[in-house]
Write a protein that binds this ligand. Structure first.
Ligand SMILES: Cc1cc2nc3c(=O)[nH]c(=O)nc-3n(C[C@H](O)[C@H](O)[C@H](O)COP(=O)(O)OP(=O)(O)OC[C@H]3O[C@@H](n4cnc5c(N)ncnc54)[C@H](O)[C@@H]3O)c2cc1C
Length: 446
């Protein structure tokens, strides 16, 4: 085992690399007494909903239990997807072919929405569309990826290149994969700068943002003698009345409302950032500065920092949750499997965040008992949760009647969510066994 001094940089921190440029924000301004729209959660979803609501003249207040932006949004890999996940993960069961196509189209729309928002509002987000390579872990996975790539191209019109193993070194300087596919409509951004820009946009349009205001209870209150009701939110910093409530808590959904707790399973995901690489090494390892992931159950996902100096690498390090330092050790060794040239590169940051998994592996927007929600990114939410936040806000305010493909169908109870203490380690163990078995297949082939 490598000694800590060789593995961890002297300035090592348990915190997202992204926070160096744009840390989460404390915002302790008093809560307004009453708003049109109260939003629980200050991630991309909540902020996008607030910005959209304010654009339509509604008063909106965003409430977060922690600092603004301390949730999943600024802890992610910042990979911006155009909906490939729906086609490439075999995720969707029990969804009609017709709805699947609409879901893919809407995911594409989320990609376009994010690009347009960044351009139109001149958001400082370091967004670059460089494409994403999906590496095949086994020869069988290569065939599967090739077929899924064709489906994706046919259904959405994105540009998919099939990359054989012989050609893959032009994309990634590694022999780890058996080829793969490259999708051009994919990119990366700086998660925390994008979040800061969304905060600025929401405020510029008139919304108010409040940190350290955990919503502890939501009750319905009568308006004078009228049959109509409003919502009263009891928070750690006082009470706020609202005409509408949006729950945008994703992987940080607690027990505020049992309906959501039973449908959303928070799963930890971990990442590391390296020290700046020696000059020229990134140009060798990842010359196109692309987003990279693979076909394993417990996949690797990696990308360069937006300035191209560091490698950012993520995976699930172990079956159970571990502390970030232990996770960093395991992730470093996985990164070296992919890129042996990074053996002596030290880690500067390690962090984890929670993604929200759902029973049907789809995000959902809608209404339950008068309370609106946009939840369940399933690990794919930079563009999608931004888009769904503005979409549900439009729906809530009556600007748009149709809630779209993510607003259709029931939001199923997640069996894993109900029994998460058993199901997450069990699921991870089964996934691990699957990867292990396929690893044996690889070993036999090499
Ligand atoms: C490690 C990691 C890597 C990821 N990588 C990618 C990627 O590369 N690409 C991609 O597309 N997606 C990725 N994701 C997923 C993506 O980050 C999320 O889907 C998205 O940011 C979720 O945004 P959100 O606004 O819905 O929720 P969040 O940003 O998680 O915000 C939820 C907020 O709700 C608050 N909250 C919870 N309960 C309460 C309460 N009772 N009162 C007040 N506030 C409350 C929390 O404090 C939190 O700030 C990743 C996620 C993680 C964790």
């Amino acid at each position: 085992m490598r000694p800590d001094a060789l593995l961890f940089d002297d300035a090592f921190r348990v915190a997202p690399y992204w926070w160096e440029a744009a840390p989460p924000e404390t915002a302790r301004a008093p809560l307004p007494a009453s708003v049109d729209l109260a939003i629980v959660g200050s991630g991309y979803c909540g902020l996008s909903a607030a910005a959209e609501a304010a654009r339509h003249g509604a008063s909106a207040a965003v409430l977060d239990a922690a600092e603004l932006g301390a949730g999943g949004s600024t802890r992610s890999g910042g990979m911006v997807s155009s909906g490939q996940k729906l086609a490439l993960t075999n995720a969707i069961r029990g969804v009609s072919a017709e709805r699947l196509v609409r879901l893919m189209h809407e995911s594409m729309a989320s990609f376009d929405y994010l690009k347009r928002l960044v351009a139109d509002e001149s958001l400082d987000a370091d967004l670059r569309i460089t494409g994403r390579f999906f590496g095949a872990y086994t020869p069988g996975h290569f065939e599967q990826l090739r077929r899924q790539g064709e489906l994706l191209r046919d259904k959405t019109g994105v540009t998919v290149h099939t990359i054989t193993r012989d050609a893959q070194r032009a994309i990634i300087a590694s022999d780890y994969y058996y080829g793969g596919i490259l999708v051009d409509e994919y990119g990366g951004l700086h998660t925390a700068k994008y979040h800061r820009s969304l905060r600025e946009l929401a405020r510029r349009r008139g919304a108010t943002l409040h940190s350290h205001a955990a919503v502890e209870r939501i009750e319905r209150v009568a308006i004078n003698s009228s049959p109509a009701t409003r919502f009263r939110l009891h928070t750690a910093r006082g009470v706020l009345d609202a005409k509408h409530v949006l729950v945008a808590t994703n992987g940080y959904t607690g027990n505020l409302l049992p309906f959501f707790a039973r449908r959303v399973l928070p799963v930890a995901s971990y990442q590391i950032a390296t020290e700046p690489l020696p000059p020229g090494l990134m140009d060798v390892l990842n010359p196109g500065r692309r987003m990279i992931s693979d076909s394993k159950r417990n996949l690797f996902y990696t990308r360069p920092s937006p300035d191209g100096t560091r490698m950012i690498f993520g995976s699930r390090p172990a079956i159970r949750e571990v502390d970030e330092r232990a996770a960093a050790r395991l992730l470093h060794s996985k990164m070296v499997q992919l890129w042996p040239a990074l053996r002596d590169v030290r880690i500067t940051h390690a962090w984890k965040g929670y993604v929200a998994m759902t029973g049907d592996k789809l995000a959902h927007i809608g209404e339950h008992d008068g309370i609106h929600y946009a939840l369940g990114c399933n690990g794919n939410g930079v563009a999608l949760m931004s888009y769904l936040g503005q979409r549900i806000a439009r729906h809530m305010l009556g600007v748009e009647r149709d809630a779209g493909a993510f607003g259709e169908g029931a939001f199923p109870v997640s069996a894993a969510g109900v029994a998460s203490h058993v199901a997450v380690p069990l699921g991870a163990a089964l996934y691990g066994l699957d990867d292990l078995w396929r690893g044996r297949v690889r070993a036999a082939l090499s």
